[in-house]
Design a protein around this ligand. Sequence first.
Ligand SMILES: CC(=O)SCCNC(=O)CCNC(=O)[C@H](O)C(C)(C)COP(=O)(O)OP(=O)(O)OC[C@H]1O[C@@H](n2cnc3c(N)ncnc32)[C@H](O)[C@@H]1OP(=O)(O)O
Ligand SMILES: CC(C)C(=O)C(=O)O
Length: 526
Amino acid sequence: MSRKIMVFDTTLRDGEQSPGCSMNTEEKVALARQLERMNVDVIEAGFPVASIGDFEAVKSVAEALDRTIVAGLSRAHEKDIHRCYEAVSHARRGRIHTFLATSDIHLEAKLKISRAEALERAVAAVKYARNLVDDVEFSLEDAGRTDWDYMCQVVEAVIHAGAGTVNLPDTVGYTIPTEFHEMISYVMNRVPNIDKAVISLHCHNDLGLGVANSLAGIQAGAGQVECTINGIGERAGNAAMEEIVMALKTRANYFQAHTDIVTEEITRTSKLLSSIIGVEVQPNKAIVGKNAFAHEAGIHQHGVLSDKRTYEIMTPESVGLAKNDLVLGKHSGRHAFKARLEELGYQLKPEILQTAFEKFKALADRKKEIFDEDLEHIATEGMKQVEEWFVLDYVGTTAGSSIIPTSCVTIRIRDNGSERLVTETAIGDGPVEASFHAINKATGYMGKLLEYQVKAVSKGEDAVGDVTIKIQFEGLDRVVTGKGSSTDVLHGSALAYVDAANKARLRLDLIGREQSGDSEEVSEGV
Ligand SMILES: CC(=O)SCCNC(=O)CCNC(=O)[C@H](O)C(C)(C)COP(=O)(O)OP(=O)(O)OC[C@H]1O[C@@H](n2cnc3c(N)ncnc32)[C@H](O)[C@@H]1OP(=O)(O)O
Ligand SMILES: CC(C)C(=O)C(=O)O
């Protein structure tokens, strides 16, 4: 008999902890909808006490979903748990996920409390959460380095206190598969009330073993696995959902376990995430890498031509790689546009859809054919939803082998209902850098370029170039991602930089409001 394994997706929480992978509320909701379409069982949408923006995002995801359980994370503190409750209570099915570290290194060096005190706090946190909601998960942070007998005591106590799910994370990716299998088996066999809760796994990838450990834990009897799309997450990332799901599907007989994930949605979800965070997966990444189903060598090609099963252990179609031939163009209307976007996983609000449709028409006038990549790009642009204080009015550059690259920009600055135009000129090592310097001068926001990526998002000579940049602005606590696109790379780069400046301005505004205790509803844009 095949056991059902619950899939707990934490792309929007642990995944978002990857540097430069922050998402705004609109983006989180779009991804959450796609995750629901994929049929994940639980979506962890954020850490509500962390900021007003995170709270709003969890609340909005909770409101947007129809059937998936929406979880929020909280420390083992009443204030955190209550804030989490305020956000997840908007879901049809809300879960409070609370945690406390249990390894001696974390207890002694970080929390500075004894094992007995940690046990007491864990139980108190679960009881407090259970008074608010029925569905409570407790995580023993750094379980991978926790003493096994103490771990069993904590697991037994939190189940007794009302936790329906108990998570045993390998927080720092320290364990190896055989050892992790033994650890989970130990807990499953020793804890007397273990059948009253689902045991969950949450494996990090510091030694590249996140997926292997997750599969070992499933074999040992765990009923829930926590993971992220594309394996994004703190440090080296989390176990990649697509790899776990396809391993269980491809080796179903071996594992005698399955998930309810609609695997044909995997590619679409992976691409949606990449386009939101501006981070591509490596070409040789299992399941979702560009080369995952490509065959280059003659012997392989010969084999595949004879019978695909010689070199393919799963079909590209099973992960949603089937080619779509529907081409939209300038004669297409709103219905076809909306329908295709929905097929691609984008359900945009009517006002965003209208702007996206206008952009699509403008692009269709310039390009012969519009491909899915163009549509994905337009939809992602629409989801940015960042209030625009700065709008690029003009950018012009001069460059060549014997002139110093110089750029002139005009920025429209909107503030409190008024508008003014500011024009600045600057030089740089290249034309792109010159335009960034000129934008710094015009906006007054001084940024330093950390990463620059340009990619043709569609096919043909008239392809749209998608520019993604990561900028560290002075006075800002995090790196900001800016995106811009144009058939002209210099124009796309300037648009990306202005986008980043708008996000920096929004973030500084948000920090100002949090410091002044103003909890008026805002959504975080970076
Ligand atoms: C393994 C994981 O991924 S855990 C999740 C990690 N994610 C995050 O931390 C993102 C969200 N975090 C935040 O926004 C902030 O850290 C906050 C709002 C939670 C706390 O901010 P601050 O109050 O400024 O505290 P700071 O982050 O500097 O330190 C953490 C504090 O929480 C305590 N703490 C850490 N884990 C827990 C826990 N599970 N339960 C209770 N307290 C905890 C630490 O001991 C420390 O306490 P102290 O301030 O009394 O020394
Ligand atoms: C809080 C828990 C689930 C976590 O993220 C970890 O241990 O890595």
